[in-house]
Design a protein around this ligand. Sequence first.
Ligand code: WT7
Length: 702
Amino acid sequence: MADEQGLTEAQIAVHWREEEYYHPPASFIGQANAADPRIHNQFREELFPECFKAYADLLDWDKYWHTTLDTSNAPFWKWFVGGRLNASYNCVDRHLEKNRNKAAFIWVPEPEDEETVTLTYQELYERVNEFAALLRDFCGVKTGDRITFHLPMTPELPVAMLACARLGVIHSEVFGGFSGNACGDRIVDSGSNILITMDSYYRNGDLLDHKVKADEAVAVAEAEGVNVDKVLVWRRYPGKYSSPTPMVEGRDYFVDEVLKDYRGAKVDPVSLPAEAPLFLMYTSGTTGRPKGCQHSTGGYLSYVTGTAKYYQDIQPEDTYWCLADIGWITGHSYIVYGPLSLGASSVLFEGVPTYPDPGRAWRIAERLGVNIFHTAPTTIRMLRKAGPDEPQKYNYHFKHMTTVGEPIEPEVWRWYHEVVGKGEAIIVDTWWQTETGGFLGSTLPALQPMKPGSCGPSVLGIYGAVYDENGDEVPAGSGKAGNIVIRNPWPGIFQTIWGQPERFVEVYYEKYCKDKNSTDWRDWPYFPGDGAMQAADGYFRILGRVDDVINVAGHRLGTKELESAALTVEDVAEAAAVPVMDEIRGRAVEIYASLKPGFEADDKAAGKVRQAIRTEIGPIATPKHVWLVPDMPKTRSGKIMRRVIASISNFTDVGDITTLANPEIVEEIQKHVQASKVAQGEAPQELSAVELAEIQRFGQEE
Ligand code: WT7
């Protein structure tokens, strides 16, 4: 498909500069799980799909499988067919014999004067069993039922997940920061009759009323015809209710009270087929219903275990801290299932890493001896903005760090490497998605050098490529971008969109399917919806969602390349690029930037940003305006809401901003930007419906 200017994706000029390699230190290589270069050989394409036996063999199976990959109902792949296992057994029971007294989770409450709580594998086993007994006998749930959670970052969340897994009940955790409405929609979509929540939790120093959202969620679900029979309410402080929202008689129960009847209860782990669903994780498309990504038991667990072992390099003596929320796929795969399956000690943190001050994260790392650290570019930028020199004040040492969630600007990568990692840690930039269960692109630490801003090549057993709109491969090193695809299935790929199998095929496979009747996996490349370019060394540079391009006079500019250019200016902490309607060029670029503390938000700073974009990308990208703002409108998970600032720039309605972490900033920015525009003679223009839709969904991932 060519666009209006007749350009195809393959012709998009890409303006990234090649970055230098950084090599892993000898200290890391010497101890790494993936130190043997022969590991690549085991995952050669000719050995697909049998190569994934190596991952499946990291698990304990009740019954070994007979068929590695069944493609008969393409693209609904079945992995490890004939095998039976239980995820809760693999994450808990099997570690008891040797490691019952080892910490499974170390929970750090947000208030610094509250003690850290350690949950050993033995205690986790007891708690998971008791809660599984409660779910089975008090709630009456059975294998295949769905339960929705709306839980914050406390140990009760993984306990509830593993209790469901023990019974074969499909859990669906909704990120705690989401609204009651969003939770209600997901209850409806998954058909859950049980909601598990908590009365309150800490965030930024406040004990938030969380129970109130359960009432909203249940009301929304009921209005849409789904009845929630029971709401199980954990208490942040057992025995003491910390929410002003009343309990509803006959519907709401305090878990700590009901659990008394199940003390010491044991529940045999249910032996499930490999392809039994383990959980749903909702993600939103640009339009329509949220998508409940259904992940399997055997394939998913094998994949997250294997990738956690080789890419996170988690080993028995490590203390691993992933700062994501378990309410996202990162937390499911790389706080709970992957690390626990490997018998690791995984840190859970309730709060935000900059509260009460920007040293908090580093104090936790120092205190607990964390040596593997995992977070997202947005958090890295936030930490860099709030306390650029903080890490050196603390005596922690990371061997390994991960970045995940969006492309990381090379400048930010270097701060992560030099300051957070103290130049000692390797970094993996892991590119993947909610849908994919685990990593798709990353360097293999110890064996492949890092390159700032590139995730690296495809991971073991993944054969990625860049295609143009016609499905022709854009060669590596051509300097051209296109759509990244994965040419083969893998065990961690989601099984379907819950209740929407046609949409599953349409969104992820239709674009490059060669023959819809084919049962050969080679005819079904997976389309993740990201733009990328591949350098001559095979490393991918992810440009962001294919929807997030700004087309300036036929030049398609990725928001990320614009933002990376802005970030080369020393003053800038965060930047966001949005399109603004332009009579001549179709679209023009506007940049919003917030500065690091101590830098003056004046014309000089704005001029530097403008110049950086001209130099890094070219005059075509020169922003119409550079707006220096005190902060960006962000979701609770820290994503910049580009659609909100795009609406401000285009004088359109900003839409729903109730889910923002900082809704008050919207009006402030709006007043400032729109008044300056009007003063410069830029009047609001009438937009067509198509243009309006482009602005309203710009940068929209949730
Ligand atoms: C989208 C998926 C994967 C867990 C967290 C996000 C972007 C993710 C990277 C990375 C560049 C990245 C992609 C992807 N993304 N990781 N390392 N480099 N982009 O999961 O919410 O499903 O979002 O996040 O655009 O498609 P998600």
